[in-house]
Design a protein around this ligand. Structure first.
Ligand code: GDP
Ligand code: GDP
Length: 437
């Protein structure tokens, strides 16, 4: 079951890793403990008042470069925004509010994520007055801390845990595949829902209830449990429906967030427009498994090349999602509908796949031996090891001598090699580069 995530962001030296270590306590992994390396982990787990959560120390995501700090904290803030449910924004009582604190505050504010401001280095009561200026960051009451004295950690966790959402995916058991149907209006999402649920071998459970933005239908087919998360149904129930793109995209996003697999429904009669790309892009960004479903295939005039041509069109429009399989079908006639579920099962499995570290490293060492990283100003990237730290989507940490030397093209190359070996069909892969010499 996915734990809610707390991320710690802030300038270097405010005390992020000190607090991170205090929060995760003795859960710190022994295996990665090496002298001289202050940041062995960026992911940890903690528990407070009976709530289990994950913590990310974004200070461990290193990037070097001339434009160093600003870019660094921006990347960290973006990562936190993407991954976290609550963000702990750490600042330093000794230095007061700095320009880069303001910069981070703006990025965080725009994200709309809940934020707790943690003022560290409040080592004694005299310092308490220093926390008031941090109200100006705009996130309510700052919490005073001293990482080195271990003061205020409880207050911080009280504040952060209170803001954690009750994870919606805890509504369903782990063995349930959650499938969201997304796509712009009129592509046939509702028709597809009806077609799926109307199949003979589908056993629909009592509708468990609805959320504000989608209708969930749990069902079972050939012994596998699923939940369909349908964003189109609300309109059909006569609720007020807004046709603006922004609204339908927002709604799709919420459905995608709760899903394992996104079915990106495309109108085969009309082809692809910009809005399809936006919606698909969210599934990719949120790290979901994806399948392109080209609907209304009955209405398309076909010859032996039509399917291949449409495939090429999809590949051209969704360059970043070449991993996603394509299913052509008709919700209306149910033609080829039986092709859909084997694909859903397959991508769901790949999305949750875990590759043992030694197997992963065998593949990566082979790839590096055959095609070594290019040198950059006389320096060469050295990859020490790769390890998978998460599933859904599969997330890999690549430990290298200097993250700046990892270029996009080489990262792409590694990803391709990893995919060639393990497939990961239908799922995005996340690669993070970390320094470890
Ligand atoms: P990070 O770069 O934000 O992760 O910061 P670190 O956790 O590495 O801490 C930076 C420096 O601040 C280290 O020298 C810490 O010992 C020091 N530090 C951390 N917490 C406190 C604190 O509460 N009070 C004081 N005075 N120093 C602290
Ligand atoms: P939604 O807005 O995405 O939920 O789309 P609907 O399911 O309401 O379908 C929009 C229109 O497309 C309706 O008139 C459907 O009858 C039609 N439609 C849906 N699926 C198919 C299909 O497979 N073939 C054809 N020819 N029409 C379809």
């Amino acid at each position: 079951m996915a734990r809610p995530v707390i991320a710690i962001v802030g300038r270097p030296n405010v005390g992020k890793s000190t607090i991170f270590n205090r929060i995760i306590g003795d859960r710190l992994a022994i295996v990665e403990d090496k002298p001289g390396v202050t940041r062995d982990r960026i992911y940890g787990t903690g528990e407070w008042n009976g709530v289990a959560f994950s913590v990310i120390d974004t200070g461990g995501i290193e990037i070097d470069g001339d434009d160093g700090m600003l870019r660094l904290i921006r990347v960290q803030a973006e990562l936190a925004i993407e991954e976290a449910d609550v963000i702990v924004f750490m600042v330093d009582a000794k230095s007061g509010v700095t320009n880069s604190d303001d910069e981070v505050a703006q990025i965080l504010f725009r994200s709309g994520k809940p934020v707790v401001v943690a003022v560290n280095k409040v080592d004694n009561l005299q310092r308490m007055d220093d926390i008031y200026e941090f109200y100006s960051l705009g996130f309510g009451d700052p919490v005073a801390l001293s990482g080195s004295h271990g003061i205020g950690i409880g207050d911080l966790l009280d504040a952060a845990v209170k803001l954690l959402p009750v994870k919606e995916d805890q509504e369903y058991d782990d063995d349930v595949i959650k499938v969201a149907l997304i796509g712009r209006p009129n592509v046939g999402k509702s028709s597809l829902v009806n077609a799926i649920l109307g199949e003979e071998r589908v056993i629909v459970s009592e509708v468990a209830g609805t959320t504000r933005d989608a209708i969930d239908t749990p069902f079972e087919k050939d012994g596998q449990k699923y939940v369909l998360i349908d964003t189109a149904g609300m309109r059909k129930r006569g609720k007020v429906y807004e046709t603006t793109e922004k609204y339908s995209v927002m709604r799709s996003m919420k459905a995608i967030e709760r899903a394992d697999v996104a079915l990106i429904v495309i109108n085969g009669e009309e082809g692809i427009i910009e809005q399809d790309k936006h919606i698909a892009g969210y599934a990719h960004e949120l790290g979901k498994a994806s399948v392109f479903v080209v609907n209304k295939w009955d209405a398309v005039e076909k010859d032996e090349k039509t399917m291949q041509n449409f495939t090429t069109t999809i590949r051209d429009h969704f360059l970043f999602m070449s991993y996603a399989p394509i299913v052509f079908l008709s919700a209306k006639t149910k033609q080829r509908l039986q092709k859909l579920f084997p694909v859903i099962d397959r991508v769901a499995e790949q999305h949750a796949m875990r590759i043992p570290t030694h197997v992963l490293n065998d593949i990566v060492s082979d790839a590096v031996a055959v095609t070594p990283p290019p040198t950059d100003k006389g320096r060469r990237l050295r990859i020490n090891y790769v390890t998978q730290v998460a599933v859904k989507p599969p997330t890999l940490l690549v430990f290298v001598n200097d993250p700046e030397l990892m270029h996009f093209s080489y990262e792409r190359f590694l990803e391709n090699k990893i995919r060639a070996a393990f497939d990961f069909e239908g799922t995005p892969l996340r690669l993070f580069t970390r320094r470890k010499s």
